[in-house]
Ligand binder design. Structure first.
Ligand SMILES: [Zn+2]
Ligand SMILES: [Zn+2]
Length: 390
């Protein structure tokens, strides 16, 4: 039995024991499946009922299965225009690869087919010959924790600032992140342009110091009063004050782009500076106006980057996008894209709670893999060796 057949057999076994019932209005959705080579090789599929979908999963056991966020009159019709678009859920996706995390330097590596060079980290081109490399990306608990934090923040903003946190379902992506589906009537008719506007708000695209919260045009530098503004503006201003009150002189120098002597001044006078910010005044640093403007611009930029959600833009804008069916298996990890009830989301640990195959062990040959955790056990690192895995 080759690897593909073995995996398919395992997937079949899984689907024969676990029914998938995670897609509301299943009759109005388009489905797509993928195999070893591509996550989507076939689209425009349609299932009339939940039992029809499960019959298909038990029989075909696809390595990947996705469904449309959109609702259609005729989901199987093609091209797209003939489907009869009826509206679309809002889907937000976080992936650890988009977060620029330090741990990727530890567990990701690359290999150059051309010259045989290899190394650690998330690298696109070979450091030796410059040609495009094969990337091997892995996921650790830090990655998953970071995507979870992003999701928790998104939930808060959707609920408190945008008022669209209704009929929501969250699931693990099966690999390196989380998906959130909003299925309320309210969001279904939203156009791509309206969805883009929402994404821009969430990612703080177009948020700049002067366009949003500051005025550097007069002698006195001003900012919006934190208590007088709401939403993203208030979050950025609060983040700035928090940073000033907690940062060391070194951090103030690094993020503010100023000399250490000036950073020490800010540090010593932080209480006074914050007090002025609350009154809408950005205090002068010793020296020229230009130095102060640069400092405040950098600080606003830093606070903005902390507040901006690093979500996948394309997923939330494209109304015809198909996304992983919750509670199905992910073909490259074998993990379940498990639905997580909101009340359990904080405690959810994918590498423990989304493991589909755990009882029988198999021997595999591993070229290279970093340390990782699966179920309650830790494994690796491995390099060109045989290992026994669950
Ligand atoms: Zn090379
Ligand atoms: Zn990581």
């Amino acid at each position: 039995m080759n690897e593909a057949e073995f995996l398919r057999e395992k997937f079949r076994e899984y689907y024969s024991k676990h029914a998938v019932n995670s897609v509301p209005s299943i009759e109005a959705r388009e489905f797509g499946i993928g195999d070893f080579k591509k996550k989507i090789v076939k689209r425009h599929m349609h299932f009339a009922s939940v039992s029809e979908l499960n019959e298909f999963l038990r029989k075909e056991a696809p390595l990947y299965i996705s469904y449309s966020a959109a609702y259609y009159k005729e989901p199987e019709a093609r091209p797209m225009e003939n489907k009869g678009f009826l509206g679309s859920d809002l889907v937000y996706e976080f992936d650890a690869d988009d977060l620029g995390l330090d741990c990727k330097e530890e567990h990701d590596f690359w290999y150059c087919k051309r010259c045989g060079n290899s190394g650690k980290g998330s690298v696109k081109n070979c450091s030796n010959c410059g040609s495009a490399v094969e990337q091997y990306q892995f996921v650790c608990e830090k990655c998953l924790d970071a995507t979870k934090k992003q999701m928790l923040k998104l939930i808060k903003v959707l609920d408190e600032e945008l008022g669209i946190f209704e009929q929501v379902s969250i699931n693990f992506s099966g690999n390196a992140g989380y998906h959130l589906h909003i299925r309320s009537e309210k969001v279904r008719p939203l156009s791509s342009a309206a969805r883009l506007e929402l994404v821009d708000y969430l990612t703080l695209a177009g948020f700049t110091a002067e366009a949003s919260i500051a005025d550097f045009s007069e002698k006195m530098l001003k900012c919006a009063k934190p208590q007088a503004v709401k939403g993203a503006k208030a979050r950025v201003l609060n983040r700035m004050m928090e940073f000033i009150s907690n940062a060391s002189p070194d951090e103030l120098a690094a993020f503010g782009g100023i000399r250490l002597s000036k950073a020490r001044y800010v540090h010593e006078n932080r209480a006074k500076i914050i007090e002025k910010m609350k009154q809408g005044i950005l205090d002068y640093l010793p020296g020229s106006k230009a130095i102060s403007v640069k400092f405040w611009q950098n600080l606003i930029e830093h606070a903005k980057n902390c507040e901006a959600l690093k979500l996948d833009r394309q997923t939330s804008i494209d109304i015809h996008k198909i996304v992983r069916v919750p509670d199905t298996l992910h073909g490259s990890t074998g993990l379940i894209a498990k639905t997580v009830p909101l009340e359990h989301f904080k405690e959810f640990m994918p590498l423990e709670h989304a493991v589909a195959f755990g009882s029988r062990q198999i021997k595999v040959f591993i070229n290279k893999a970093p340390k990782f955790k699966l179920g309650a056990e830790r494994f690796g690192p491995y390099e060109n060796e045989q290992a026994v895995l669950p």
